[in-house]
Design a protein around this ligand. Structure first.
Ligand SMILES: [Zn+2]
Length: 287
């Protein structure tokens, strides 16, 4: 087994799956950063092991989307603003079309764009994110409650919501199994859960992983993006977990709704989620 660099800020290696807690893990590959990717033999999920420490992640996310007053760094976005905006707007419209009620919690609301779009789509949003300064600023800017602190602690404090929106979020927490359970606790019976996440089962990502395992690429495992992505899902695996482990009804599984540079991906993404490098699942909590 390969170990992470000694000086790096990592927890002790996990001996159980971070999604299903199964204890049979196998190494898939080690990426160019020296991060080992393991696969759970029980549920099939892949995850970075060992994981970063909480302190490292807190420091990372305080600079992830910089809304700190007087900060030296520019505001950073993962993708172009119009692509983010169109993708999130279409996702919110799809949620409405599936009968989502008005009260929605935007989990990982970042710079507040998705709160603004949710209001425009007729929702009554609240937000959650990890950085205290950013959430305070977004709450002031958008005029809605934006929660901070432990995500799990919200479940006992907030009135359950009609819908939860997690766009490019579930790949980030260290404990996605527990995170999804908290999502369920934050939903009303019959409430809708939206999850958008990278698709490590996409055709292009499968080819990259294959090339990496054959030693054919320079930056091995770059597409896992282990700078901040810790868990790697496929549409099949995430849907199965929601259905079989959580009792949810899966309403939609498809490629992402963001505008694509290649129009062919848009067309193929409608046919099968694995033609797109990210996917979405919408599922209903049992009534
Ligand atoms: Zn597992």
């Amino acid at each position: 087994m390969t170990t992470a660099p000694a000086a790096a800020p990592y927890d002790p290696p996990r001996t159980a799956c971070i999604l299903c807690h199964g204890t049979q893990l196998r190494e898939v590959l080690v990426d160019y950063r020296g991060h080992r990717i393991d696969c759970c033999r029980r549920c099939g999920v892949w995850f970075m092991n060992p994981q970063y420490t909480d302190a490292h992640l807190a420091a990372f996310y305080s600079g992830y989307i910089n809304l700190h007053p007087g900060g030296d760094e520019p505001v950073r976005f993962r993708t172009r603003q119009d692509v983010r905006e169109k993708g999130k707007s279409r996702a919110l419209a799809l949620l409405r079309s599936l009968g989502a009620g008005r009260r929605i919690l935007m989990v990982g609301c970042g710079d507040g764009l998705e709160i603004r779009l949710a209001k425009a789509a007729g929702f009554e949003p609240e937000g959650y994110d990890v950085d205290a300064v950013t959430t305070t600023n977004v709450a002031r800017q958008e005029g809605v409650p934006v929660h901070c602190g432990s995500f799990h602690a919200l479940a006992g404090k907030l009135v359950p919501f009609d819908a939860l929106f997690l766009d490019q979020v579930i790949e980030h927490p260290k404990d996605p199994g527990a995170y999804l359970q908290t999502c369920a606790a934050l939903l009303q019976p019959g409430g809708l859960l939206y999850l958008g996440t990278p698709n490590l089962g996409s055709l292009s990502n499968r080819l990259k992983t294959l090339a990496d395992r054959l030693g054919l690429r320079g930056k091995k495992g770059r597409h896992f993006n282990t700078k901040h992505h810790l868990t790697f899902f496929t549409p099949h695996l995430l849907s199965r977990h929601l259905k079989e482990q959580m009792g949810f009804e899966v309403l939609r599984v498809r490629g992402s709704l963001k505008p694509q540079q290649n129009p062919l991906v848009t067309v193929l993404g409608r046919l099968h989620a694995n033609f797109d490098s990210s996917f979405l699942v919408i599922a209903r909590k049992p009534r």
